[in-house]
Design a protein around this ligand. Structure first.
Ligand code: AMP
Ligand code: MG
Length: 393
């Protein structure tokens, strides 16, 4: 069995950016990672722009100006101002070339067709210089940027219509267990409802992975093997839950071996998720997560998430973490390193009740996982603990 750090390192070493690059319309680029730098084809703003409603003038000419006309947003005239002349101007309008200030309308006195300015005035006041935000030919967004709504706004403002992004992986979820019934069907004695499939699929959807499938397979060697073979042939990433331990009816390990999935590691010194399997066949990574729902989800966030991020071209692949004071003391059971469902409050982080890996309920309240290194016994209120932030959506 390896430790968590080694497992994380091995996964990253075996992850790679998608080799497939797509050109998508800007409005479809949300949540994708840019595969190329985006270079601006224009100055932004493209011309000297008024930042206020007021008067454009040349400071120092006079204190009284004759207003000779107006320029509003969208107008394309560029009036030449003679000494002592000003134009009425509005926010977003082009500032005449020989004006060097825009005076807010609140800061002038109107006198007939003229204005008197109230001092002090500063050169270039209320003028957005051409190219203030970005200059033509410079990088607007770097390769590796995960596109957010604000980025789409920025690129649209530069006239960008298409961007190159990395393809996102398609993901097969294979859930195993004779005891699993589909929600909606009647439960017989000894059966439970299948929940890992729906859960992982939903979490993947939250993270923006649209190509997913869920297959349920009984604890049967041949079926397990065939289902896994098919999943590996048709998907970029395969996630299996259950059947990875050492029970007589855990066939996943043997089936993966027999279809030539090369083991990278099998077993991690951690709680939950000790039997975690990670392997690869050609370019397809295969995760064997524990069947217990909370263990499966913890392992997903710690190990599967970084691989998915890397394969979609991400630069920062792990979930972010911060050190936060513990709100309530906690006694750790066992000596393995642990990931504990937790909730960040204003003043610190609280480890939640219901930590059993069979219980998924507390995960719904969690917005973080507290990491306790191996051999942690008692952690006290106020101790700073490593707190891994779960994605929020
Ligand atoms: P296993 O890893 O197959 O030994 O399963 C461990 C525990 O998780 C058992 O109690 C299973 O019944 C349960 N389990 C396995 N798969 C699922 C699933 N897809 N949904 C809900 N519980 C599961
Ligand atoms: Mg099982």
């Amino acid at each position: 069995m390896i430790d968590i750090k080694t497992a994380e390192k091995l996964i990253l070493e075996h992850s790679q950016n998608s080799s497939k690059i797509l050109e998508v319309n800007l409005e479809d680029a949300l949540d994708f990672v840019l595969a190329e730098d985006v270079v601006s084809k224009i100055d932004m703003p493209p011309f000297r722009q008024s930042a206020m409603d007021g008067y454009a003038l040349h400071i120092g000419d006079a204190t009284n100006y004759n207003v000779i006309g107006e320029v509003k947003a969208g107008d394309n005239q560029n009036p030449v101002l003679k000494k002592g002349e000003a134009v009425r101007i509005f926010t977003g309008a082009p500032v005449p070339d020989n004006a060097n200030a825009v005076v807010m309308q609140e800061k002038v006195e109107l006198q007939g067709t003229g204005i008197t300015t109230q001092m002090p005035l500063a050169e270039l006041m209320n003028i957005r210089p051409q190219g203030e935000q970005i200059k033509i030919g410079t990088i607007a967004l770097q390769k590796g940027t995960k596109v957010k709504g604000a980025h789409i706004g920025f690129l649209a403002s530069l006239g960008v219509t298409k961007v190159s992004v990395y393809n996102k992986p398609s993901i097969a979820i294979v859930v195993t267990g004779n005891e699993l019934k589909t929600p909606g069907d009647l439960l017989n004695y000894g059966e439970i409802y299948e929940s890992n499939g729906a859960m992982l699929s939903a979490v993947l959807s939250e993270l923006g992975y649209t190509k997913r499938s869920i297959v349920t397979v009984a604890d049967d060697y041949k079926n397990t093997k065939n289902t896994l073979e098919e999943a590996i042939q048709n998907y970029d990433v395969v996630i299996v839950t259950g059947g990875v331990s050492v029970g007589d009816y855990d066939f996943v390990g043997k089936a993966l071996k027999d279809i030539n999935v090369k083991e990278v590691f099998y077993g991690v010194k951690q709680k939950p998720g000790k039997p975690l399997f990670f392997g690869k066949r050609d370019d397809v990574p295969v995760f064997g997560l524990p069947g217990n729902p909370a263990a499966a989800l913890s392992c997903f966030y710690i190990y599967v998430y970084p691989l998915l991020k890397k394969s979609e071209g991400g630069v920062k692949t792990q979930l972010p973490n911060v050190f936060m004071p513990l709100l309530v003391s906690y006694t750790a059971k066992g000596n393995r390193a642990q990931f504990l469902k937790a909730r960040i409050q204003e003043e610190g982080v609280e480890i939640l009740g219901g930590q059993s890996s069979a219980m998924i309920r507390a995960f719904g309240d969690a917005n973080a996982l507290v990491f306790l290194p191996e051999n942690s016994t008692e952690v006290n209120k106020g101790d700073k603990v490593k707190t891994i932030l779960l994605p929020t959506k």
